[in-house]
Design a protein around this ligand. Structure first.
Ligand code: GDP
Ligand code: MG
Length: 147
């Protein structure tokens, strides 16, 4: 089963949206297998956003993601990577559709509330950047056969 790394960014934590965001992934039918409130270190932020190094928004992005606590999570499910991106909505806040997390709650692209991995390779890197193997718990959910 596929895994993805999701993170409520500092703006989402400050705005009290952890519960709302977690609820959407639970209701979709995905399974939470790890989660913690944590501060992102500069090194973790640079590793996480390495693909954006050199872009004009990079410094601001690293400063933002390290500016306050985040809620880091690992979720599991069939096609959880692509489907999470659909629930999250487009990066550009002007394009994020109503009904998506960003479309419903984000005004500016710089404060777009949540991160979600964009590929299996990214998910593996990002999970390893925030979680030790023993922090992830695999367990059976009897409802899984209905999802
Ligand atoms: P994501 O995967 O949808 O989060 O988007 P990206 O991986 O492309 O970018 C990472 C984060 O950098 C985004 O969530 C935005 O907060 C920010 N970002 C990306 N592209 C831009 C941009 O063109 N302008 C600004 N201001 N921020 C951006
Ligand atoms: Mg991305």
């Amino acid at each position: 089963m596929e895994k993805t790394f999701l993170m409520v960014k500092p703006d989402g934590v400050q705005r009290g949206l952890i519960g709302e965001i977690v609820k959407r992934f639970e209701q979709k039918g995905f399974q939470l297998i790890g989660g913690k409130l944590t501060m992102v270190t500069r090194a973790q932020a640079e590793f996480h956003y390495a693909e954006h190094e050199g872009k004009d928004f990079y410094e601001r992005l690293v400063n933002f993601i390290t500016s306050g606590p985040v809620f880091a999570m690992v979720w599991q499910g069939d096609q959880v990577i692509a489907l999470s991106r659909t629930l999250i909505g487009k990066t550009n806040s002007l394009e994020a559709a109503p009904g998506t997390i960003r479309g419903d709650y984000a005004v500016h692209t710089n404060f777009n509330l949540i991160h979600g991995s964009d590929s299996p390779e990214s998910a593996e890197r990002e999970i390893g950047n925030f979680f030790q193997a023993d922090e992830l718990i695999t367990y059976n959910k009897v409802v899984q056969q209905w999802i």
